[in-house]
Design a protein around this ligand. Sequence first.
Ligand code: FPP
Length: 226
Amino acid sequence: MDGNGRWAKARGKPRTFGHSAGVEALRRTVEAAGDIKLPYLTVFGFSTENWGRPKEEVAALLELLRLYVGRDLHRLVRDGVKVRVIGEREGLEPDIRAIIERAEDQTAANATLNLTIAFNYGAQDEIVRAVRRIADDIAAGRLTPDDVCADTFAQRLDTACLPPLDLLIRTSGERRLSNFMLWQAAYAELVFLEDLWPDFGREPLERAINEFRRRDRRYGGVGRDE
Ligand code: FPP
C-alpha cells in the first residue's frame, strides 16, 4: 500500500494523513474484491523495516491497525471475509497481538474473500523463520535433509495456507519488491501502477487485473500459441 506519504505531501499534510486515507483505500479495495469475487487479497500493511520510521509515524500506523480492526471487523464478519495476518508476531505489543487474534478468530469460519494483512512482515525474515522451522524439524528427527524440497519449504512459510501468488500489484510508480513475498513472487505477474495507494480502489484494481489477463504465463515453458 505504497504512496501514502507522497499523497499527503502533495496536499501539504503530514504523512499520517496519507496513512489514514490509505485505510479508506483499503476499505474500498476489500469491498471491490468482494464484488468482483476475488478469492484472495493480500496487502502489505507494515514491514519489518518500517520500525525505523519516526516513532510518531510508527505509533500512528499501529493506531490505524487498531482502528481498522475496531471499526471494520463487524463488517468483515458480516461480508464473509476471512482475515489472516502474516508476519512475525513475536515482539509485537500484547494489545496488537490480541487485536490480530480477535480478527482471525471472529472471521475463521468465513470463506467469501480471504484477506491477508502482512504486518511486521518482511520476506527475508519469513524465509529465515521457515529455515529455522526446517532446522528444528531435522534436529527433532521429523525430517531428514533429503526430505527438504520446494514444497517442504513453502509449507513452512507464513503463506502456507494461501494458493500460489498470481498477481502482485505495486502502487506509487516504484518498481521493486521491497522485501515482499520474494519466494512467492517466483511466477507471479508483476503490475506496477503510478497510482498512489490512497487513490486505489475498484478502478485501479480492475485495471491491474485486466493487465494480468493479457499476460502469457509460461512458467518456464513455452507460450500458449507455440
Ligand atoms: C507505504 O507508504 C505505506 C505504509 C508503510 C503503511 C500502509 C498502511 C496503511 C494504509 C494503514 C492501514 C494499515 C493496516 C495494517 C490496516 P509510504 O508511507 O512509504 O509512502 P511514500 O512512499 O509516498 O512515502
